[in-house]
Design a protein around this ligand. Structure first.
Ligand code: TMP
Length: 214
């Protein structure tokens, strides 16, 4: 498929969404208008599912939670991501299927093979070309999140052990797919983090001929 799918992953408070915005701005400076979206979300239905998933008043079980994530994903992939890639766009997605493996797999303890099957059903086998993992000690991330404006969402409120398992799973996923993942130290200052993320993204853009070779 033409186009380029870049996903941004990490724990709570890792700064990935800020970094995504910075890298999207750098693309725009080069005349590339990326399609920026997020998971769960990115379509009216999926944003509705996001509201249900993040609402602290709700208590879905692990399987229901996973299915809601997959339902939102299926809609986003079909309606937004695949058409954009088919049109040659660069798609930057704030979280994608690795989040399910990290949160519902690592965090909740659901079977990884089972989750990978559900992911494949939702994505139709679409895999990111590049995944930037913003790796951070969850204690630091959660402290940042607690200081940010707005209430904590349902998943932010999970205990520290949950977030530690999420991080461990992310690191294991990155080790298992070193050609796709670039792991970044999210404790670095934002400017430095931006440079490192851009180096990885720029290399992909060049490889795809989306910007001229240096
Ligand atoms: P965020 O995108 O603002 O970080 O919030 C989304 C939350 O949803 C975050 O806590 C991670 C969680 N999540 C999952 O548990 N599984 C998933 O598959 C996705 C996409 C997100």
């Amino acid at each position: 498929m033409p186009g380029l799918l870049v996903t941004f992953e990490g724990g709570e408070g890792s700064g990935k969404s800020t970094q995504l915005a910075r890298l999207a701005a750098r693309c725009a400076e080069l005349g590339i208008e990326p399609l920026v979206t997020r998971e769960p979300g990115g379509t009216p239905l999926a944003e509705g599912i996001r509201g249900l998933l993040l609402d602290p008043a709700r208590r879905p079980g692990p399987v229901a939670e996973a299915f809601l994530m997959e339902a939102a994903r299926a809609e986003l992939v079909t309606d937004v991501i695949r058409p954009a890639l088919a049109g040659g766009r660069v798609v930057m997605c704030d979280r994608f299927d690795d989040s399910t493996l990290a949160y519902q797999g690592g965090g909740r303890g659901l079977d990884l093979e089972q989750l990978a099957d559900w992911n494949r059903a939702a994505t139709g086998g679409l895999t990111p070309d590049l995944t930037l993992l913003y790796d951070l000690d969850p204690a630091v991330g959660l402290a940042r999140r607690a200081q940010a404006p707005g209430p904590l969402n349902r998943l932010d409120r999970e205990p520290p052990e949950f977030h530690a398992r999420v991080r461990e799973r992310y690191v294991a996923l990155a080790r298992a797919a070193p050609g796709r993942f670039v792991v970044l130290d999210a404790a670095l200052p934002p400017e430095r983090l931006e440079l490192l993320g851009w180096a990885a993204l720029e290399a992909q853009l060049r490889r795809r001929g989306l910007i001229p070779s240096a």
